[in-house]
Design a protein around this ligand. Structure first.
Ligand SMILES: *Cc1c(COP(=O)(O)O)cnc(C)c1O
Length: 224
């Protein structure tokens, strides 16, 4: 099977209401085009330089998702075209995204990255850090960013119950924010959780977007 066939096989396992993002970091454009030719239009990337290069040469109807750790000083490179930034992990970054969105006369959709895994190494914010941002005076002034939901990664473990518990708590936090801070905002709808090894559990626990790389493109040379 090539990457296109694997994409189609995975799509069979995912309800149509759930967005599948093909995570193509480190993968060649040749591989990506196979997937594109099977109808895939949403791709996820982790590295700014790689994303910018691919966006310049690949078909213009692709929606590019940024899912990696984003440094404030690199926002300007992706601000003109990025479809959704999944990995907002500070007010500083949000401020920068807003600034670059204004320069490009657009609104940039973002997810707040929640730290749900037990590992220290995974990025993301605690619930209280997220609350602090949402309650800050500054947040109200950021008119060119739109918070569309949350993103998170479960612990890298074989313990399926732990993964399920982590996704479940993330859904509860999402529901809480949706019924409080975001109760007047129709755009707060997305819960980006689930990767190759755990997307089935994530969907059962309420994910609306899964980010799948290796199950489509094969294993990577290096992993973030
Ligand atoms: C690499 C990556 C993925 C995809 O991982 P796979 O296990 O290959 O599906 C998903 N989300 C993030 C944030 C990633 O960095």
């Amino acid at each position: 099977m090539n990457a296109g066939d694997r994409l189609l096989a995975i799509k069979e396992t995912i309800p149509e209401s759930i967005m599948l993002i093909a995570v193509s970091k480190t993968k060649s454009e040749t591989e990506m085009i196979k997937v594109y030719n099977c109808g895939q239009r949403h791709f996820g990337e982790n590295y700014v330089q790689e994303l910018v290069a691919k966006q310049a040469s690949m078909p213009s109807d692709i929606h590019w998702h940024f899912i990696g750790h984003l440094q404030s000083n690199k926002v300007r490179f992706i601000a003109p075209f990025v479809h959704l930034i999944h990995s907002v992990d500070s007010i500083k970054l949000l401020r920068e995204i807003n600034k670059e969105a204004i320069k490009n006369s657009r609104t940039i959709d973002c997810l707040l990255e929640l730290h749900i895994a037990e590992e220290e190494t995974k990025n993301g914010m605690s619930v209280s850090e997220i609350d602090n941002i949402l309650q800050s005076k500054e947040f109200e002034t950021l008119q060119n960013v739109r918070i569309c939901g949350l993103m998170g990664m479960a612990t890298f473990t074989k313990n399926q119950q732990q993964i399920r518990d982590e996704f479940r708590s993330m859904k509860q936090i999402f529901d809480h924010l949706k019924s409080t801070v975001f109760s007047q905002e129709d755009c707060f709808t997305e819960l980006s959780m689930g990767m190759t090894d755990d997307y089935q559990i994530a969907i059962e626990e309420g994910s609306t977007m899964v980010r799948i790389g290796s199950a489509i493109f094969g294993t990577r040379e290096y992993k973030q």
